[in-house]
Design a protein around this ligand. Structure first.
Ligand code: IZC
Ligand code: ZN
Length: 444
């Protein structure tokens, strides 16, 4: 049993398990001042005022069996959830920053064979071991920033064997690393050079070859498409996502990021789980998303890094669209793992309130990856994914920018980071070769 005692605030973010929070409900965090949380095994069993938590502990266990975590002066939140990442890749693209500073756009670089296509070359060359090591390091850093679950998209293979390789790496890391991964097949991330003159052929390969193989091997839950001018058209996106749906892969769309192409409307038409980016989404698209309950996954870090204007979060929230936030962690347009920094940006560049930002990184993000029954809030019965921040209240997270205030992280009832340091829970579990270069690989 773990007893988190005397927290300055326990921010439960409760009340959003059955449906994502929208409008004013996004500001309802259900904060308990001087709160306590009790965890038994993998589950949260009590949350409330600290005196009641203490009474619960006394009534249910003898003192010796209880690990007490003193949270005086600190703030307890649900583990942060990142519902949109491209973390399984090899190599890096730091040289693109210089090109962009000289005036090249993200799309110029992609059209010239760089960008996603450069990362594809690197990822195709890498074996699973190398991808495990590079991705594992990123997961360590996510965890150190209070992120306990991430979605992970494929899309740097762009041919069957390498798409499967990326998805297998995500599956292995999900088993080995404390951070939980939720996989999305994104073979439609770019058209690879070998299909440059025949993009329709590539779409056919995705529909007839890749989707059935991914589904048959149970390697993904979602299917995503980069629906963008010069990448995949709305018609191609529709064909790919419909094919995915036939095989049980739930649809997501990279929509209206660089130009308006009707991605938000298409997401609504398909009743997609989420539409992501949405910088150029139309009013009609936003209304349609609200009607169909499509979650907007907004990525203000990408707008910041590409030096563009972010999505109109206020318009979406006012229209009743459920909003979630994400890093978009990827080697080109958003090389970061700091979801707390994304909350800063959400407030400062999109005028979301601190309350909305936290909701967007917890329960609404859980809905965007189909995990809201289990994670995203601190409520009895939910999995104990909990972060303690060195902050006297939740507003500190949005106020202190680009500072990592993560103090303690509990994943599935196990403290994996304490006092900002990683904890080796199971020293015996050092066997697998990939663990050697990683700080965390102890998952029992
Ligand atoms: O590698 O550039 N936008 N896909 C769509 C990305 C960014 C990832 C990348
Ligand atoms: Zn993306």
């Amino acid at each position: 049993m773990i007893y988190i005692r005397k927290a300055a605030q326990v921010v439960a973010v409760s009340g959003g398990t059955t449906a994502p929070k929208i409008r004013d409900d996004m500001r309802e965090l259900n904060v308990i001042e001087n709160g306590g949380v009790v965890v038994e095994g993998e589950r949260i069993v009590f949350v409330g005022p600290d005196e009641e938590a203490e009474a619960y502990v006394k009534a249910n266990r003898s003192q010796e069996e209880v690990t007490v975590i003193n949270a005086e002066g600190k703030t307890v939140t649900p583990g942060l959830i990142d519902p949109h990442t491209h973390i399984v890749f090899a190599g890096s693209r730091e040289f693109e920053l210089g090109l962009r500073l000289q005036g090249a756009t993200y799309m110029d670089i992609l059209r010239a064979g760089g960008g996603i296509l450069y990362s594809t070359e690197q990822t195709r060359k890498a074996d699973e071991q190398q991808l495990m090591e590079e991705t594992g390091k990123r997961l360590d850093r996510f965890l150190a920033h209070g992120v306990t679950t991430v979605e992970a998209k494929s899309g740097y293979g762009l041919r069957l064997e390498d798409e499967l390789k990326q998805l297998r790496v995500a599956r292995s890391l999900n088993r080995l690393h404390p951070v939980e991964l939720v996989s999305t097949f994104m073979g439609a991330h770019a058209v690879p050079p070998e299909f440059k003159e025949a993009p329709e052929e590539f779409v056919r390969l995705i529909v007839e070859g890749m989707i059935p193989a991914v589904a048959e091997q149970g390697l993904a839950e979602y299917c995503d498409v980069f629906c963008e001018e010069g990448v995949f058209t709305p018609d191609q996106t529709r064909d790919i996502l419909r094919a995915g749906m036939k095989f049980g892969l739930k649809p997501k769309v990279h929509a209206d990021e660089i130009v308006h192409s009707g991605g938000a409307e298409l997401a609504a038409e398909l009743e997609a789980v989420s539409a992501e980016h949405l910088l150029q989404a139309s009013e009609g698209g936003i209304r349609a998303m609200a009607e169909k309950g499509v979650i907007a996954v907004l990525l203000p870090g990408t707008a910041f890094y590409l030096m563009t204007t972010p999505a109109d979060a206020r318009k979406m929230i006012d229209a009743g669209v459920p909003v979630a936030l994400s890093t978009d962690c990827n080697p080109g347009s958003s090389p970061t793992v700091s979801l707390p920094f994304i909350m800063n940006l959400a407030c400062l560049t999109m005028r979301m309130t601190p309350e909305e930002a936290l909701t967007a990184c917890t329960i609404n993000a859980a809905h965007a990856i189909g995990r809201a029954e289990r994670i995203g809030s601190i409520e009895p019965g939910k999995q104990a994914d909990i972060v303690i921040f060195d902050a006297p209240n939740y507003m500190f997270l949005q106020y202190h920018y680009a500072v990592n205030l993560t103090d303690t992280v509990i994943k599935k009832g196990i403290p994996v980071i304490a006092g900002g340091e990683s904890q080796s829970i199971d020293p015996d579990a050092q066997r697998t070769a990939c663990r050697q270069s990683m700080r965390f690989f102890f998952w029992p």
